[in-house]
Design a protein around this ligand. Sequence first.
Ligand code: C2E
Ligand code: MG
Ligand code: MG
Ligand code: MG
Length: 291
Amino acid sequence: YQAKRDRTGVEVYESKRDSNTPDRLGLLGDLRRALDAHEVELHYQPKVRFDGQVAGLEALVRWVHPERGKVPPDEFIAIAESSGLMPHLTEYVLETALGQVARWRAQGLFVPVAVNVSPRDVHTPGFAGSVAARLARHGVPAGALQLEITEHVLLEDPTRAADTLNALTGHGVKMSLDDFGTGYSSLVHLRKLPVSELKIDRSFVARLAVDAEDAEIVRCTVDLAHSLGLLVVAEGVEDDETWEHLRDLGCDAVQGWLVASAMPADETTAWLLARGSRGWQRPAAALPAAA
Ligand code: C2E
Ligand code: MG
Ligand code: MG
Ligand code: MG
């Protein structure tokens, strides 16, 4: 494999894209062991509303391989997905996230958490029931869990996928449509999926302030989502200008490095406690207007 160093000096693993190289198989075995050894961690990234209130947290997996360093989630999730390990990874993520939600609730922090699920999970028989059972076991109300899905869930057996998603919303779990705009025939899918939130993909948000076409796409998406009664979250918000633009377009919440990057659980606790009921304040907004 090739390795490069990221900004923090930690090695970042980069593999070639072929699917069954010995390297990939090695990594799969290592991932399986890492899950059993609880070496895979969850970090949490806040979603905040424009008044600063924390709308929720997104759980994002983090794996630091003992020899290879940080393996990007996109990389090992693709491996888990193509190898059959995905249901195991998702169980691990749900179990860890719900345990954390229960601990936060015991501390008086009633913040909903979103977990990413893959199409493979949605097609696993009994998935909805197992999520409901896990919620009950942790004593967490279904409304405190959100599942982020993508349009890809409808690619294979859309009827079965819709049944599973309807069963989940029937239990009270909220569904969010992630990476919106990057899939196929989005409008048809949107109508079929029982989602209450739509997340605009970072690729449209990143250049919003400088690219008129991206701004137009975001504007139309916000209007469309609102006309369907959905909340809109923009992902990948990195600067003030983008924040202001999204607020002016009527977007409901943002997620991105401007607010916070994904943090380990203890840092997230400190972040939530430090903000308290005031919520998150934009550093620039807290300063007197500069010339
Ligand atoms: P996603 O669900 O769209 O997550 C957002 C990604 O954008 C995360 O990357 C996050 O760290 C990154 N991000 C957040 N704010 C910013 C920003 O302001 N600027 C930039 N440039 N990036 C930002 P990450 O953690 O590498 O995750 C990548 C993808 O891996 C996720 O995309 C999701 O599809 C998948 N993933 C992560 N955790 C899980 C998981 O537990 N289960 C499953 N099935 N997929 C997961
Ligand atoms: Mg997501
Ligand atoms: Mg996303
Ligand atoms: Mg994404």
